[in-house]
Design a protein around this ligand. Sequence first.
Ligand SMILES: NC(=O)c1ccc[n+]([C@@H]2O[C@H](COP(=O)([O-])OP(=O)(O)OC[C@H]3O[C@@H](n4cnc5c(N)ncnc54)[C@H](O)[C@@H]3O)[C@@H](O)[C@H]2O)c1
Length: 284
Amino acid sequence: MSFDRVAVVGAGTMGNGIAQVFATSGRKVELIDVNGPALERAVATIGKSLGKLEVKGKVPPGTKDQALGQITTHQDLKAAKGCALAVEAVVESLDTKRSIFAQLAETCGEGAVLASNTSSISITELAHGVARPERVIGMHFMNPVPLMELVEVVRGVRTSDECVATIEQLSRDLGKTPVTVNDYPGFISNRVLMPMINEAIYCLMEGVADAKAIDTIMKLGMAHPMGPLTLADLIGLDVCLHIMEVLHSGLGDSKYRACPLLRNMVAAGKLGRKSGEGFYSYAR
Ligand SMILES: NC(=O)c1ccc[n+]([C@@H]2O[C@H](COP(=O)([O-])OP(=O)(O)OC[C@H]3O[C@@H](n4cnc5c(N)ncnc54)[C@H](O)[C@@H]3O)[C@@H](O)[C@H]2O)c1
């Protein structure tokens, strides 16, 4: 499959990055979001991102205009009609994603691949009730999508070998490196990353060291590009809490219990960069 025309559903942080990568690769993109202003912001963000990449010489001159010309925005899922691939990147809610998958299964047609960018929701559960669940798959891009090389390809219990091979090849065609994993809570990326972030928050709560010291130790000592608390602020503390809850309930081991300080911060609305305050303060 060449996937000349793809639907990207959800135009937020991840959706606009995914749309940018597809459009830059020369594919037509139907970018769909229920929220009109989110679509406008997405197109502006893509333009800004490609403008910067052009100035830095990372993409050829003219890429920005060419890619923007490939993207059409819509508020109705029916715009996915006839697309051989839909990548869903809406809010992390099983109910919302399930309802979108049911609609996409009808709109895109039997032969289409239906992929989700979910960070933690089971691909097997998402596929449940979808006609031909063997074409449902996780295509987990990393943030920021245009810059990060990895695509974690998630194989649900019913996902076919053919579907996995197709999405691995597509990821390579997009200039990414696919790594395929089975469908268990948190996959690999978040199962390994989130407990480390959670442990850093325990260290802070217990007064082992302050936030800056914890981050500096992990940066300089482990060669991480940023410390775990800085990264938590970037991801969003509500997102981190949600993923810890998925790990705890899905794997049933107390080692995945969310740190009480993380719970308190989310309850207080301290969500990291997006709220202006998390483990650090951000000028807004
Ligand atoms: N943010 C990250 O770092 C990151 C990384 C990897 C994966 N993810 C996953 O990607 C997905 C999207 O995350 P995000 O950070 O881009 O979220 P976001 O909140 O930035 O964007 C979500 C978008 O979905 C739209 N939306 C909500 N309901 C919709 C519907 N019914 N139909 C169409 N659009 C709808 C919203 O209007 C919003 O624009 C989530 O599943 C998340 O777990 C996020």
